[in-house]
Ligand binder design. Structure first.
Ligand SMILES: N[C@@H](CCC(=O)N[C@@H](CS)C(=O)NCC(=O)O)C(=O)O
Length: 225
């Protein structure tokens, strides 16, 4: 198999890449990466010392590709699916890149901050940082509410890289920080969840949901399908 994705079915950033691979129907081998296993972690750090997952290995081209946005642009260039993840027109591509960055930096990362804080020992928790993350999410939700009131997908009529970024970010963010009185944000998440590629990613993650630090806050329709 040419493409190997080191990933974990519960890991939100891995979902971003899995959605793109399933959307495109690109064949790949998923290798379960357990960072809690010392040997697996050491091997992973050898490949990419930053230590984040997912990591794509392209054996045919001899490339190790980290960072989800770069992985998706790489796949789009070298293993394109029927529809591009990034539009060819430069201005349209910039808009997609902006909203990919937006979902990663202002939804996904604050969500991670809230989730990982719960994994820390009580004495090492960071209530100030968590409060900042919650405030950041509320700002981001307000922006998504305005934007998605008039769009099917993050950048218009076509499903793109920005939607791959939005899916895991909104899925987990909505569990740890409620939407408030907003309609377009949950409606957009519902549209994302209806895509077969997304449903497949979530079905594969479902057996692991018990390990999610906020498992008790997961709505039954997300937890059980
Ligand atoms: N900017 C990175 C973020 C990846 C990331 O945060 N991955 C998480 C899993 S969702 C991770 O590797 N966590 C393990 C750790 O930080 O030790 C990307 O887009 O690939």
């Amino acid at each position: 198999m040419t493409l190997i994705l080191h990933s974990h079915p519960l890991a939100s950033f891995c979902w971003k890449v899995l959605v793109a691979l399933y959307e495109a129907g690109t064949p790949f081998e998923a290798r379960l990466l357990d960072l809690g296993d010392d040997a697996a972690r050491a091997a992973h750090l050898d490949r990419w010392p930053v230590g984040k997952m997912p990591l794509l290995i392209d054996e045919a081209r001899g490339e190790v590709v980290p960072e989800t946005t770069i992985i998706l642009e790489y796949l789009d260039r070298h293993y394109p699916g029927p529809e591009p993840l990034l539009p060819a027109a430069p201005e349209a591509a910039l808009e997609v890149r902006l909203w990919d960055r937006f979902f990663d930096l202002y939804v996904h990362q604050p969500m991670q901050k809230i989730v990982t804080d719960r994994l820390r020992p009580e004495k090492d928790r960071d209530p100030f940082g968590v409060a900042e993350a919650r405030a950041q999410l509320q700002v981001a939700y307000g922006m998504v509410e305005t934007r998605m009131a008039s769009r099917a997908w993050a950048c218009g009529a076509a499903f793109t890289l920005a939607d791959c970024a939005a899916m895991p970010a909104l899925f987990y963010a909505g569990i740890v920080e409620p939407w408030g009185r907003r309609d377009a944000v949950p409606a957009y998440l519902d549209r994302l969840l209806e895509r077969p590629a997304v449903a497949r990613v979530i079905a594969e993650a479902r057996p692991f949901f018990g390990y999610f630090p906020y498992a008790e806050a997961m709505p039954a329709r997300l937890r059980d399908g």
